[in-house]
Design a protein around this ligand. Structure first.
Ligand code: SIN
Length: 283
């Protein structure tokens, strides 16, 4: 099989000519790594991989982070279950975010495997933070270069009321409510613009679900600037939807993209398996 990289609209790339259930040919992993670094998210179609193969594929990129908030697969703790049952209203990931920005060493990426899909809906949107950075108006760029922001998961997960439930409406206004959650987690500070560890490209590194304030600004000034950045980042020219099919896999880079799971399939079941890979301190 010859591996082929094909751009996926405005964000990401599809990798064709590879069967992830089989041993890799020389150069395959390097090619996937290069596409991942360049495009921020890579997609695979028509795959059939077991849970063990999902875990083995993830280990090519780093240590697996066992998510402390999500329900784990009963037999494979490395796999987080991203499930919406027919009678549930809220979905996991239904607000723009990047996974684990609330960690001191934010996750490199996540590999999501479709296990059960609704007949319609249930797509995932991706936004490129490389493109959003490149498209920043000069004046806005000058206001965030050199600044850092605090990230937190307390308002989302601290109450244990439901994973990401508090974040479900962030697409409309970019804000999430404070659930009054217990003060149980430490809050890391990351640069608002990072140099991507693999590609060397500059990327915006704040997100509506987990960034809580900008250091050195008043609460009002901080929220105002974050809202301006978010309004810029969700412009259609920086986004692309991914429509899942049986056998689809997405491997996204949490340092280069945001994602958002559409919640448009009420009454139907969707089950995805997610493995998140450890990252590093961002600079
Ligand atoms: C997530 O945010 O990790 C889940 C995305 C999805 O289910 O499409």
């Amino acid at each position: 099989m010859t591996l082929e990289i094909r751009k996926h609209g405005r964000v990401g790339a599809e990798i064709l000519g590879i069967d992830l259930s089989r041993p890799f040919a020389t150069g395959d992993l390097a090619a996937i790594r290069a596409a991942f670094a360049e495009h921020g998210v890579v997609f695979f179609r028509d795959q059939s991989i077991s849970e063990e193969q999902h875990i083995a594929f993830a280990r090519n990129w780093g240590e697996i982070n066992i998510n402390r908030f999500f329900a784990a697969h009963p037999d494979y703790p490395e796999i987080a279950l991203v499930v919406k049952e027919p009678d549930q209203q809220h979905n996991i990931g239904g607000g723009w975010h990047t996974d684990h920005s609330y960690d001191f060493e934010p996750a490199l990426g996540s590999i999501l495997v479709a296990r059960e899909l609704p007949a319609q809906g249930g797509a995932t949107a991706f936004a490129s933070m490389y493109a959003a950075y490149d498209g920043l108006p000069e004046a806005l760029r000058a206001r965030i270069e050199g600044r850092s922001a605090v990230h937190s998961a307390r308002h989302v997960f601290g109450s244990k009321a439901g994973v990401y439930e508090a974040a479900q409406d962030t697409r409309q206004d970019g804000r999430i409510g404070n659930s009054g959650a217990a003060d149980v987690l430490d809050d890391p500070v990351h640069p608002m613009v990072i140099t991507h560890p693999l590609s060397g490209k500059r990327a915006i590194y704040v997100n509506p679900s987990f960034t809580v304030r900008i250091q050195g600004l008043s609460e009002d000034a901080s929220q105002e600037l974050l809202q301006e950045i978010y309004a810029h980042c969700v412009k259609p020219e920086f986004q692309e939807d991914f429509h899942w099919r049986d056998g689809s896999i997405a491997f996204w880079d949490n340092r280069a993209t945001w994602h958002y799971a559409y919640n448009d399939y009420h009454g139907h079941r969707r089950e995805m398996h997610r493995i998140t890979i450890e990252g590093e301190v961002l600079r």
